[in-house]
Ligand binder design. Structure first.
Ligand code: SAM
Ligand code: DTB
Ligand code: SF4
Length: 331
């Protein structure tokens, strides 16, 4: 077992072999790795806020906020910092430990930098772990966000290098890796994951987790999203209400992520709303230890605090009580 052994030299075959394990064996091993590195009964609560919604020039085939989609999501301006701080206070009062702010941008513009830095420093001063996802960053922008106190930057690779071009054409896989490097250089922790259920193959899910687990340093936070099909997006229209992945294969993906990246937080992200309690329980058993709470993600509905509190009570889970947010030394 990979107890206390964080490796970045995984081969694709090793990742594929994990996926191929009998399901019970895979879940058992993932649970063992999880217990060796984390408090198994604790799950981090995160709140997500869309600080700038819609009108994005990118063509990500899953996204309701792409200007290429016909999803009905209206383009809005960047929110006022006061309104963001008020939403963060509500999130904290509801028990959230982490506050994630997302903007529908291809890249951050310098003219918006002071405003987003103001949001970061004020939310951070409330004792919340902070994360932002604003698209591509220059190295100066990454440094400014880090100096403002941003703990994590989210930038997903989304899928395998091979499947990537079938989902997004306006930004390359290599550009995603460049942005992650800027984030690392500026000393912020990395939040990086992707989406399953976009019509990718098992081999693509292997390639996706292999790409993450062989980064020079594992992302401290790994969101695993299940596609939320949105009408008017390429993928939403292709798959309708039905996700082309079954629950057991989704749990396998979470379990392999846990084994391959033992020390990372694995976030059961978008898609929980349409997941049974039993499937979510299997994800927690397999090492998922973070969720988005509240009744909305960025533009789509989420399970909601009431449902989550009931699920936690049923499963005997407790919200993670974090200490200091994870900061990493600049490289
Ligand atoms: N615009 C920024 C960017 O993409 O870099 C940040 C916001 S973007 C909405 C963040 C991530 O949310 C995407 O990379 C994708 O993994 C996930 N996401 C977006 N729409 C989704 C959907 N319909 N279902 C599941 N995950 C989704
Ligand atoms: C991530 O990987 N998932 C979150 C967060 N990072 C920004 C976003 C999920 C978005 C789901 C679709 C929506 O609500 O628009
Ligand atoms: Fe834009 Fe991000 Fe949506 Fe892609 S995922 S269209 S970059 S908001």
């Amino acid at each position: 077992m990979e107890r206390l052994n964080v490796r970045t030299d995984w081969t694709r075959e090793e990742i594929a072999d994990l996926f191929d394990l009998p399901f019970m064996e895979l879940v058992f091993r993932a649970a063992e790795v999880h217990r060796a590195h984390h408090a198994a009964g604790e799950v981090q609560l995160c709140t997500l806020l869309s600080i700038k919604t819609g009108g994005c020039p990118e063509d990500c085939g899953y996204c309701s906020q792409s200007a290429h989609a016909d999803s009905g999501v209206q383009a809005e301006k960047l929110m006022d910092a006061d309104a963001v701080v008020a939403a963060a206070a509500e999130a904290k009062a509801a028990g959230s430990q982490r506050f994630c702010m997302g903007a529908a941008w291809r890249e951050l513009r310098d003219r918006d930098l002071p405003k987003v830095c103001d949001m970061v420093s004020r939310v951070s001063a409330m004792g919340l772990e902070t994360c932002m996802t604003l698209g591509m960053l220059t190295d100066e922008q990454a440094r400014a966000l880090s100096d403002a106190g941003l703990d994590y930057y989210n930038h997903n690779i989304d899928t395998s290098p091979e499947h990537y071009d079938k989902v997004i054409t306006t930004r390359t896989f290599a550009e995603r890796l460049d942005t992650l490097e800027q984030v690392r250089k500026a000393g912020m922790a990395v939040c990086c994951g992707g989406i399953v259920g976009m019509g990718e193959s098992r081999e693509d899910r292997v390639g996706f987790l292999h790409a993450l687990a062989t980064l020079p340093r594992h992302p401290e936070s790994v969101p695993v999203n299940a596609l939320v099909p949105v009408k008017g997006t390429v993928l939403g229209d292709m798959w309708g209400e039905e996700r082309p992945i079954d629950d057991i294969e989704f749990v396998r993906t979470v379990a392999v992520a846990r084994i391959a990246m033992p020390a990372s937080m694995v976030r059961l992200s978008a898609g929980r709303e349409s997941m049974s309690e039993a499937t979510q329980a299997l994800c927690f058993l397999s090492g998922a230890n973070s969720i988005f709470t509240g009744d909305k993600l960025l533009t789509t509905p989420n399970a909601g605090d009431g449902k989550d509190a009931a699920l936690f009570a049923k499963l005997g889970l407790k919200p993670l009580q974090g200490d200091e947010p994870a900061r990493v030394a600049a490289e």
